[in-house]
Design a protein around this ligand. Structure first.
Ligand code: FES
Length: 80
């Protein structure tokens, strides 16, 4: 299986809007489910889409207004 890439926008707007929590959640989720080999988690710079933040790119697809609930759903469906 190809490795999935999750890029969490760490620009100040997304960071303040919830990506700090989202990043913590992702780190824990990856650890708890032993997904280190399947998911590459990286931080990104502001993508000039702050108004729809917090933004997270999953396999280069932009997901806006992200929260733990939405992340969980994507992780459990799209990435398995
Ligand atoms: S801070 Fe994330 S798009 Fe600008």
């Amino acid at each position: 299986m190809a490795k999935h890439n999750i890029k969490v926008c760490m620009g100040s707007s997304c960071f303040a809007r919830g990506n700090l929590e989202n990043l913590n959640f992702l780190e824990n989720y990856i650890k708890e489910n032993n997904l280190d080999a399947e998911i590459e988690l990286v931080g990104g710079l502001c993508q000039d889409k702050c108004s729809t933040g917090p933004n997270i790119y999953i396999d280069d697809v932009l997901h806006s207004e992200m929260n733990e609930e939405k992340l969980k759903e994507i992780l459990q469906t799209a990435l398995v």
